[in-house]
Design a protein around this ligand. Structure first.
Ligand code: TEU
Length: 541
């Protein structure tokens, strides 16, 4: 390793979707006071950072990813006093707060945009991106990315919803404003930032350059040097759908003064049609490809950059439903996915509910869905002649609402999330799957995650060891070795419900192998080389 050790090399980040985490005041919407009440639960899990999805004032066209004021808290979530209290109370328990910075766009209700659309001469007009001649760019949420503004006889760019106009990063004042936002939150004592769709800020729409624009890294350098780089040890992570392992090095090598790490999505787009397909056009994924993608990131960033490790977030379906078995082997497969991910080099992220093995949801009535992306897709594809049944199947597999149903706390009404009526229905399986029973059961997914989180705090091999993929052509088994100084560890996971037979020597297992963590008793493959359904282990060789 050629670079300095950082506190976040040993930490695990827990992502909170505040709207669905815990509702302390009974209005059906999670809030900051609710997060404060659950801090002891999070401290028990052992995580070091809490990433909050946006909590700023917002009309909620995209659940807070449309910010109307970066300096105010959303009314439903509480007040700035609550926020200060959350930072302090988390800090007392050894946890830092990571803010979600949505700076590619604002809400159309942001003061800047309200001014911008009044006149081409208004100083805020140039905070956004306008044209007289819209091209064929499409919005991620459907339809044209250009919206006509009759008052100006111009169109503004919105890569997301019409209520999310894109900021013009070529304007130095815009960049100054965002640095000011960062400084405001840093002064409050937050420990990190997650930058929403950061790879889009260098766009040149007239040339159809959207991700990875030519000045992207100059802008990020500026955020670093003038903003968070002025403070010690800030953890930063950028959402970068368009990243490759090569650009990943640039993003995360400390020498290029960009971010601590990025979120890349190469492993999470393998189950969508390759040619012209969107996430809704689902194909089965191939484990060999999944291994190739994750292994490339492991080896290419080793000693140069730093990886983030995640299966889940607020935009993605639940991993246990997507890559595991959310029925009979739910517990085994949730532990397996956790092991294979946390066994790698990088900073792991746990999305709320993942630590108890929460699953996808199936609402039979489209009216029970809330997500703008899901609802727009359903409307547009229905109009284009798709069958409702097929659309519902795609929604069950991929809707962002799979991740957004309320956190399941206990077996009381609405899973103990709210004393009121939740803004989105709870998953009815909360009888089986909830935090209270997980904490009480020492063999639960929760306690397994706890052990993984704890291991990262002490095990140098886990944090700094090299990575080598084993059996790359095996279609069900994901196995790799980590090596550090004279120690060697095996991590394996069976990504199937099949019983596999593997020669123990192929996994370098020998008489001296000692299991550290496993989801079945005695995972050393015995004499017959048997790996059971969804079996996983970490073994010292
Ligand atoms: O997501 C970026 C993004 O491109 C998503 O729309 C993603 O492609 C899609 O959700 C996958 O299904 C970020 C945020 O994480 C997301 O919640 C926001 O809606 C989006 O930016 C706009 O701010």
């Amino acid at each position: 390793m050629n670079h300095e050790h950082k506190w976040w090399h040993r930490s695990v980040v827990y992502q909170i979707y505040p709207r669905s985490f815990y509702d302390a005041d009974g209005d059906g919407i999670g809030d900051l006071a609710g997060i404060i009440r659950k801090l002891d639960y999070l401290a028990l899990l052992g995580v070091g950072v809490l990433w909050l999805c946006p909590v700023y004032a917002s009309p909620n066209d995209d659940n807070g990813y449309d910010i109307a004021d970066y300096y105010r808290i959303m009314d439903e979530f509480g007040t700035m006093d609550d926020m200060d209290r959350l930072i302090a109370e988390a800090g007392r328990r050894g946890m830092k707060i990571m803010m979600d910075v949505v700076a590619n766009h604002t809400s159309d209700e942001h003061r800047w945009f309200c001014e911008a659309r009044t006149s081409p001469d208004n100083p805020y007009h140039d905070y956004y991106i306008w044209t007289k001649q819209p091209n064929d760019l499409m919005s991620v949420f459907g339809g044209s990315a250009w919206q006509y503004e009759p008052r100006l006889d111009e169109y503004y760019l919105h890569l997301f919803s019409r209520k999310q106009p894109d900021l013009n990063w070529a304007n130095p004042q815009v960049r100054r404003e965002i640095v000011d936002v960062l400084t405001f939150w840093l002064e409050k004592g937050v420990g990190g930032f997650r930058f929403d769709v950061i790879d889009l800020i260098g766009k040149i729409p007239e040339q159809r350059i959207i991700a990875n624009g030519p000045r992207l890294h100059d802008y990020v350098l500026e955020l670093n040097e003038d903003g968070f780089g002025q403070y010690d040890d800030i953890l930063t992570v950028g959402e970068a759908w368009g990243a490759t392992p090569q650009t990943g090095v640039r993003w995360s090598d400390p020498e290029s003064r960009q971010l601590s790490m990025i979120f890349q999505f190469g492993h999470l787009t393998l189950d969508q049609a390759r040619v012209g397909g969107e996430k809704w056009d689902i194909i089965p994924y191939d484990l060999r490809e999944l291994k190739t993608v994750l292994s490339r990131w492991q080896t290419e960033l080793y000693g140069r950059g730093w990886n983030s490790l995640f299966w889940n977030n607020h935009d993605l379906p639940r991993a246990v439903s997507r890559f595991g078995d959310d029925g009979r082997y739910r517990v085994e497969s949730a532990k397996m996915l956790a092991t294979v991910l946390h066994g790698m080099a990088g900073t792991p992220y746990i999305y709320q509910g993942e630590e108890i093995g929460m699953t996808n949801v199936r609402f039979t009535d489209i009216a029970d869905y809330r997500d703008i992306e899901t609802l727009n897709m359903y409307r547009d594809r229905l109009a284009a002649g798709y069958r409702p049944q097929g659309l519902m199947a795609a929604i069950y597999a991929k809707s962002r609402d799979n991740a957004r149903t309320p956190m399941q706390w206990d077996t009381s009404e609405h899973a103990g999330f709210s004393a009121g009526t939740p803004w989105i229905k709870v998953n009815p399986n909360y009888w089986d799957i909830n935090a209270l029973s997980a904490v009480e059961d020492k063999d639960s997914v929760f306690h397994y995650y706890r052990r993984l989180v704890a291991l990262r705090k002490t095990a140098d091999w886990l944090v700094y060891g090299s990575y080598e993929l084993l059996l790359p052509d095996h279609g069900q088994l994901f196995a790799y070795c980590r090596r550090y100084e004279r120690e060697e560890y095996l991590v394996f996971g069976n990504f199937s419900g099949l019983t596999l037979t593997i020669d123990p020597a192929e996994l370098r297992l020998g008489a001296r192998s000692v299991p550290l963590l496993n989801n079945y008793p005695d995972p050393t493959l015995g004499e017959n080389g048997v790996i059971r359904p969804w079996e996983t282990a970490i073994i010292k060789l």
